[in-house]
Design a binder for this molecule. Structure first.
Ligand code: DX5
Ligand code: ZN
Length: 551
């Protein structure tokens, strides 16, 4: 199996799911070992995931493939996240993570370069023995130079840390790489602004980081290191640069994914108690994506709405395509989406409320949508299967939607591996600004349960009348993509509206985790650990008194 990707086609939801699985695997290993580095494993999760699951040429069944791209993990303490990424990519069985840091295990605290001699304490796919930091970039220069001398086309991707950038050797290497015009070398800086025991800018100020690297004649790209679409876009752009190495400054959050660990230095090298693992796994499975629906609101100005959603920190753009036949309304078609595509790298979630979707699917593929959902009422199994193959072969996440009065057709259950999202409509499709139909909730519960029992690990998307009052109901059932039209564009402050929806999802999550902690008999222990997250929500969670009682 060889992994080669086209420009934009990242099958977005599948990539998100894989990276979620990486975090879940890593935290299980760290908690079981009672030691390890959750902070860096999580800040670099999207970076390593985008490389191994989408960008790099590599073959888990042939780890020494001549033409492979190389990944050098110079911030080696991110080992649990790195191992989990290799396991999810197929280099070794996922359940081996339980042996993390055990004597005689292949998964030691810092990775060991894989070789025949070292096979008992290293795993396939590890190109570099890390641990003492500051060295990986120099090693990468050696590999890049050697490959250039051999006229090889492959790339070397090197993950470095900002704490690690205190090391002088990093800057020696930074000088050398442009000298040798190493355009086959891409360094990615995990800029999480925390090192061993504090914030980088307190310990050894590094800013302006960008100016430093461009002054060393590197091509510099700066991104949000948790947005996979930005990571892949930056990697693609780096590969186009001639005669110069590139550094991608990925702004990240240490411990991202677990709220009480996020941006907290003590979680650099500390393991959570194993009894917390079920709660941490539930939290990691609960990441919510807010998707503003741009047909809502008064003004037609779709471009401005897309920009406002991006400024408002939306996760996805929801595009309701209506043909006036499948639904009694006409909105826009592929041409409009094509024009909007250049405005943002945010993923496009096209909800096709059209008849004969098979006839039109190529147009939406060409428009570079990242997720395309068709209605079960508008196609039969045969047509759906053809649509899906076209979407998957173009790296697009396929979805299926059902109207409030429709049950999910039986035939859908034989296609679950090829479906990344199921939209369960909570209004009759056709217009934004309609009232949420609570009668769909029992069906949503049953359909979601049946899908999970049938092995579906994609996303449930709630669409129609979702706002601050209805969000928790669909969240509790398991919806993790939340479409919001009127709740966002009906408001005068779009950013505030998106923040409020994310806040409501957050309150719903904390409520569920508290209930779960209670069933596990660790409620007060959990509340102590989660204190700085729960205190601002104590009123909404009705736990103020309880907090006072907890010493
Ligand atoms: C309705 C569309 C929805 C709608 C959402 O047919 O599929 O996406 O625009 O808008 P609100 O959130 O206002 O119901
Ligand atoms: Zn929709």
């Amino acid at each position: 199996m060889v992994v080669v990707t086209m420009a934009f086609s990242m099958r977005y939801l599948d990539l998100k799911r894989k990276i979620r699985d990486v975090r879940m695997l890593a935290i299980q290993g760290i908690a079981k070992a009672g030691s390890g580095h959750p902070g860096a494993s999580f800040s670099a999760a999207e970076i390593m995931g985008a490389l191994y699951f989408r960008k790099m040429k590599h073959d888990p069944l042939n780890p020494n493939w001549e033409d492979r791209d190389y990944f050098v993990n110079s911030k080696a303490h991110s080992a649990p996240g790195f191992y989990a990424t290799l396991a999810v990519a197929g280099y070794f069985p996922e359940d081996e993570i339980k042996d993390l840091r055990k004597l005689g295990s292949r998964l030691q605290g810092h990775p060991v370069r894989h070789s025949e001699q070292q096979k008992h304490h290293s795993v396939p796919g590890v190109e570099y023995s890390g641990g003492s930091e500051g060295i990986g970039l120099s090693v990468s220069i050696g590999i890049a130079l050697g490959n250039k001398l051999d006229n090889k086309e492959n790339h070397i991707y090197t993950l470095i840390g900002d704490g690690e950038s205190n090391e002088g050797q990093i800057w020696e290497a930074a000088m050398a790489a442009p000298k040798f015009r190493l355009d086959n070398l891409v360094a990615i800086l995990d800029r999480n602004r925390i090192q061993q025991d504090g914030f980088t800018e307190d310990i050894m100020p590094l800013d302006p980081m960008r100016d430093k690297w461009s002054a060393f004649n590197w091509n510099v790209i700066e991104i949000n290191g948790h947005k996979v679409e930005q990571i892949i876009d930056a990697l693609n752009r780096a590969n186009l640069v001639q005669d110069k190495p590139t550094i991608i400054i990925a702004n990240t959050i240490k411990g991202n994914g677990i709220k009480h660990m996020a941006n907290v230095p003590q979680w650099h090298g500390k393991a959570p108690p194993n009894k917390h693992t079920p709660l941490l796994l539930e939290e990691l499975e609960s990441e919510c994506l807010i998707a503003p629906s741009i047909i809502a609101g008064t003004r037609e100005n779709y471009e401005e709405k897309v920009r406002a959603a991006e400024r408002g920190d939306a996760d996805i753009i929801h595009l309701d395509v209506m043909d006036g036949k499948f639904v009694p309304n006409i909105t826009f078609f592929a041409e409009t989406i094509k024009k909007l595509r250049h405005i943002t790298s945010l993923p496009f979630d096209a909800h096709l409320m059209i008849e004969n979707p098979l006839e039109h699917i190529e147009e939406y593929i060409d428009a570079r949508c990242d997720i395309i959902t068709v209605h079960a009422e508008a196609c039969d199994e045969f047509e759906f299967a053809q649509i899906n193959q076209k979407l998957l072969s173009n790296g697009i996440s396929p979805g299926i939607a059902i109207n409030p009065s429709t049950e999910l057709p039986k035939w859908v259950y034989s296609h679950l591996n090829d479906i990344d999202v199921v939209i369960i409509m909570s209004v009759d499709p056709g217009f934004a600004g309609q009232k949420f139909v609570p009668q769909i909730l029992p069906k949503m519960v049953l359909t979601t349960r049946k899908l999970r029992e049938s092995g579906f690990n994609g996303y449930i998307e709630a669409d129609g009348g979702i706002d601050a009052t209805t969000l928790q109901q669909v969240y509790d059932i398991g919806a993790r993509i939340l479409v919001a039209g009127n709740a966002v564009y009906g408001s005068t402050d779009i950013h505030a509206a998106i923040i409020q929806l994310k806040h409501k999802a957050n309150v719903a999550l904390e409520k569920r985790l508290l209930e779960h902690a209670t069933t596990l008999g660790i409620r007060s222990d959990w509340m102590k650990t989660r204190k700085h997250i729960l205190i601002p929500l104590a009123n909404e969670l009705d736990i103020e008194e309880e907090f006072h009682a907890i010493k």
